[in-house]
Design a protein around this ligand. Structure first.
Ligand SMILES: Cc1cc2nc3c(=O)[nH]c(=O)nc-3n(C[C@H](O)[C@H](O)[C@H](O)COP(=O)(O)O)c2cc1C
Length: 170
């Protein structure tokens, strides 16, 4: 069971590319992660995830209705994730990730700020940002998975301390 599940809706692959890069970032920190198209994602698989990232491109100034329905279905399932992220590709206004974040917060999930938006097709630099987000998610989970005393001595260590003390902070 992946600890981090990244669910996306993407019409032409732009948001999917972001999702794949986020997964890569999480995995680079030795945390299990999986990307799923929203219509393949089963609630049972999401229920046990420790963190969930949800992405959608913006259409007509919002996320597409099937994604909205999908997020609403999470409300009914008792999901355990307390850490999350919202992301998506957009063209000119980019409301979807902000709306996703709002809905996820309503589910009691603490969202990494700011939401990650990329205009149209992600560039190499944008994909690096996505990987960075994946790493941030993994770092926020680490206190759960790293044995006390074995944390890396890096700037992440400070973040871990912050999370241990404040459980998320967002
Ligand atoms: C019919 C249509 C409506 C769109 N509406 C919006 C919009 O309201 N705001 C916006 O920022 N982008 C809008 N876009 C642009 C898409 O969000 C953008 O092309 C995005 O990169 C698609 O990503 P995807 O391949 O992950 O679906 C629209 C695109 C299409 C084709």
């Amino acid at each position: 069971m992946p600890k981090v599940v990244v669910v996306y809706l993407s019409t032409s692959g732009n948001t999917k590319a972001m999702a794949d890069a986020i997964v890569e970032g999480v995995q680079s920190r030795n945390v299990e992660a999986k990307a799923m198209n929203f219509n393949e994602a089963r609630i049972e698989e999401l229920k046990d995830a420790d963190a969930i990232a949800i992405g959608s491109s913006t259409f007509y100034y919002k996320m597409l209705p099937p994604m909205e329905k999908f997020i609403e279905s999470l409300e009914k399932a008792k999901i355990k994730a307390k850490i999350g992220a919202a992301f998506g590709s957009y063209g000119w206004s980019g409301e979807a990730p902000v709306m996703i974040a709002e809905k996820m917060r309503g589910l009691g999930i603490s969202i990494i700020d700011p939401v990650l938006r990329v205009q149209y097709q992600p560039s190499e630099k944008d994909l690096e940002e996505c990987k960075r987000l994946g790493k941030d998610i993994a770092v926020k989970l680490k206190p759960k998975y790293v044995r006390p005393g074995s944390e890396p001595k890096s700037k992440d260590a400070g973040m871990m301390k912050e999370i241990k003390m404040g459980e998320g902070g967002h």
